[in-house]
Design a protein around this ligand. Sequence first.
Ligand code: FAD
Length: 489
Amino acid sequence: FVSTHDIIVMEDTKLFKYIIIGGGIAGVTCAEQLIDEDSSILLLSATDFVKTVTNVQFVTKTLEYFDVQESSLNILASRCPNVTVVKSYVNYLDSKNKIINSTNGLFKYEKLCICSGATPKVIFPKNPNVLWIRDTESVRKFRKRIANAKRIVIVGNGGIATELVYELSGVEVIWAIKDKTINAVFIDGGAAAFLKSSLEKEKANEEHISKRRKYTVNFSEGENNDALGGALGPDWHLGLEIKSDKHRKVTIESQVQIKALYSPEEFENRKTDNTDQNITLKEKWPIYVELTNGNIYGCDFIVSATGVIPNTEVFLKDNNFELGKDGGLLVNDRMETSISNIYAAGDVCSAGWNVAHHWFQYRLWTQARQMGAYAAKCMWASLSHEEIYMDFCFEMFAHVTKFMGYKVILLGLFNGQKLNKKYEILLRTTKDKEYIKCVMVDGKMQGAILIGETDLEETFENLILNQMDLSSYGEDLLDPSVDIEDYFD
Ligand code: FAD
C-alpha cells in the first residue's frame, strides 16, 4: 500500500497533457484519436503489447466490423509520433496532485483517461482446476490443459461460453447454465433453440464464415505472461484446433449453479446417494463438480465464463470515485468520472448519463472503441474549450458477432430490454437458415435480432432510429415475399 504521503514529487516528474492507462482497445483508440500534434500524450500499458484496431468497415451507421491486432509498443509509438508508450503498471493514483505512481516512476497529468478494462468473475479462483478465458495467457493455459482432456465443465451463459462450447470437439462438454436456455445473456429462447441445433451437428471443416476478422494469439512458450493482458478480441477461439475428432458431445445442464467442487480425496470421503445414479463417477477425475440440481460430474477441469468485474481496485485507494451499480467508474456524458480531470472508457467504466432509449452499455469491444474515441474528443474539447456533441453511436445499441457459425446482429432493445415486458414480437424463422425477430411497441420497431445472412440490418436500423409507425404492415413486415428493404431504405 502506498499512501499519498509516500509520493515524493521529484523535479523530474514528467508532466503530460494527457495520460491514458491501459493498452486495450479503449486505451489505444483514445491515444490514437488525440491527434493534436502539440500535445504530450503518455500511454501506460501493463504488458509488452497493445491491441490495435484496423480495417474498420461501417456496415450501417451504427454497425461496424474491424480487425483486432496485437502490436508491440514500438509499433504503436511509430504510428502515433506524439504518443509516448511505456510498459508500466499503475499501482497508485494521487488524484489531488494529479500524479500517477507506476512501476516506471511518477507521471503527472493534466487529463487522465482510465481504460484498465475488466477481469473475469471467476468461481473458485484459487482452485488450480478452474480456468478462465480472458487474454492470450489464459488461452495458452487452456490449450495446454485441453490437449489431454476427456471431459470438461463449462460454467456461464454468455458469448465466451457459447463460442467455446461450439468450437470444442473431441472432448465431452458439460455446459452448466443458470438460465433456461443457452446464450441467454444475448438472445431469447427462440433464437437459442435455432442455434442449438448447430451443436448436434458434426463440426464442419469450415473456413470460418466470419465477418469478424482473425485475431492472432501471439505469444511464445515460456515467456513471462503473468502481467495483466487486455481482453481478447473476436475470433479468439480460432486456432484452438484442439482435437482432430469433429464430433461434439455436449450435455446442457440448465437452471443450475455450481454447489461445490471436490478433489478426488474429498470425493472419496464423501458418502453420496448420487453415486449410483451417475455412471461417470466410476472413473477417476482430477476434480468433481456438484450442481445445484444434485448432479455430480467428474471432469479434467472447469472453465469459468461467468462475466467480468471492472478493474478499478488500484484506483480506488484514497480516491472517492462514484461507482456504477456494476462496480465500474461512473462516467457522465462527457466520459468524466466523479473526480475532476479523470475520464474513463471501455470495460472499466459504467455509463452514468441519461442514455438514449435504444442504447445501453454492454462490455463489448465495439463499445470499448467507441468510448475510447469519444473520451479522447471530450478531453481535447475540455482543454480547448470547444463544444462537442455526443457521438451518434450512442443513439442505438448495435452489435455484430458470430454464434455457432451464424452471423448474429443485435439492434436496439433486441431482447425487450427497458420495455417492462410490454412489447410484441414479430418472428420469421427458417430452420438452419435464418432467425429474424422484431420487438415492436405500438407498431414501432424497438429492437431486432437477425441471425443468418438476412441483409436486413440497414433497413431495421433505420426503422428503429426513425420510429416510423409500421402498424399498417402488421405481420407483413416479415413476409418473405415482401421486399421491405425497398419500402424503407
Ligand atoms: P481491455 O482490453 O481489458 O484492456 C485493459 C488494459 O488495461 C490492458 O491492457 C491491461 O493490461 C491494462 N491495465 C489494467 N490495469 C492496469 C494498471 N493498473 N496499469 C496499467 N495497465 C493496466 N467483445 C466483443 O465485442 N465481441 C466478442 O466477440 C468478444 N469476445 C470476447 C472474448 C473473450 C475471451 C473476452 C475475454 C472478451 C470478449 N469480448 C468481446 C469483450 C471485449 O474483448 C472487451 O469488452 C474489450 O476488449 C474491452 O476493452 P478495454 O480496452 O476496455 O479493456
